[in-house]
Design a protein around this ligand. Structure first.
Ligand code: LMR
Length: 327
């Protein structure tokens, strides 16, 4: 027999499981570290809009940008504790959980957002997401941001030898560290929320990021040079807490799932556009000297980083990298 709640479609409590039918009333928190005018926030806003309207307001979605709720250091632990239901970390911040998340840091691997999406949507990419199950985390999909470029305060970077002696902030992981070591530079990882101050105070000479992150956080106020290298990528993993996910009944989960699909579409469609707009704004603001590289200069970077690429192909898995290269 149907329960009374199911018949009348009234209140069910989220997070406890056992709800038979009817949309469960709950509040979902989404936390991230970047600014509002970014692809991550645009995707999150679409998720919120869809889920709230399709659930007739029974499901509330609260978005916390700018490391307001949790930052790089504590968001994953708080997802595991179900203090937040969705996070979207740069995959470079997940390499401690699985080496597969080094893939976006592989130099010159993906040529476009579409290639990266095809890999993460494919079998190998999905396998890597599944490996987070050991942490009680469900990896859902990737949201791209885009290629990273190097800013610094010391000198114009025209080729791979110009980084010699610089200290660069990275998002994290040994691969990024080895890239800079190979280029003769030192590196250290600093949470995104502390990066502006670190650049301003000279704790580091430079950093690598997407145009969107550089522009929306006004890193150009603290940096003299930017070189368009596009040497690797910022790629986000949309993650949720497995117990939270399993606590939803089918009706509720369908709405959330569809909200994720809609959010993913928006994030994927807006990333390249937002990055292009941000580059234009950076040019207009004129704070940094912006250097474009010739094909030969890019080839020189590629060549210098080839040993790192080879070593990390072994580390991550040759079959996985082969699949990524085919996209
Ligand atoms: C960074 O730390 O530079 C980026 O990963 C931030 C982000 O989430 O895009």
């Amino acid at each position: 027999a149907l329960s009374l709640a199911a018949c009348s479609g009234t209140k069910e409590t989220g997070g406890t499981g056992g709800a038979e039918s009817g949309i469960q009333e709950m509040t979902i928190k989404i936390s991230h570290v970047v600014a509002e005018n970014t692809p991550k926030q645009q995707g999150a806003l679409k998720m919120k809009e869809y889920i709230e309207s399709e659930s007739d307001g029974k499901i509330k979605v609260q978005i916390y940008p700018n490391s307001q709720l949790f930052g790089d250091k504590d968001e994953y632990q708080n997802l595991i504790a179900n203090n937040v239901q969705f996070i979207l970390p740069d995959m470079a911040k997940l390499v401690g959980s699985d080496p597969g998340f080094n893939i976006p840091s592989m130099p010159f691997l993906f040529e476009s957002d579409e290639a990266a999406n095809a890999f993460w949507d494919g079998e190998k990419g999905q396998e890597i997401f599944k490996r987070l199950e050991k942490d009680g985390v469900r990896g859902i999909t990737n949201w791209p941001n885009g290629p990273k470029h190097i800013t610094n305060n010391i000198k114009e970077i025209k080729g791979p030898d110009d980084l010699d002696g610089m200290k660069i902030r990275t998002q994290g992981g040994k691969l990024q560290e080895e890239i800079y070591k190979t280029l003769g530079a030192g590196s250290t990882s600093i949470p995104f929320g502390e990066l502006y101050t670190a650049l301003q105070q000279g704790t580091v000479d430079g950093q690598e990021n997407t145009f969107s992150n550089i522009e929306s956080k006004k890193f150009d106020e603290t940096q003299k040079y930017m070189t368009i290298t596009g040497h690797n990528r910022v790629e986000y993993a949309l993650l949720t807490n497995t117990k939270f996910w399993d606590s939803m009944n089918d009706e509720t989960r369908e709405i959330v799932e569809k909200g994720i699909e809609e959010g993913t579409k928006v994030a994927r469609q807006s990333a390249a556009d937002l990055n292009n707009k941000s580059l234009e704004k950076l040019k207009e603001r004129g704070e940094m000297k912006i250097t474009e590289l010739s094909e030969e200069d890019i080839a020189a970077f590629k060549q210098k980083l080839a040993p790192v690429y080879k070593a990390w192909t072994e580390e991550i898995g040759a079959d996985i990298i082969k699949d990524a290269e085919s996209k």
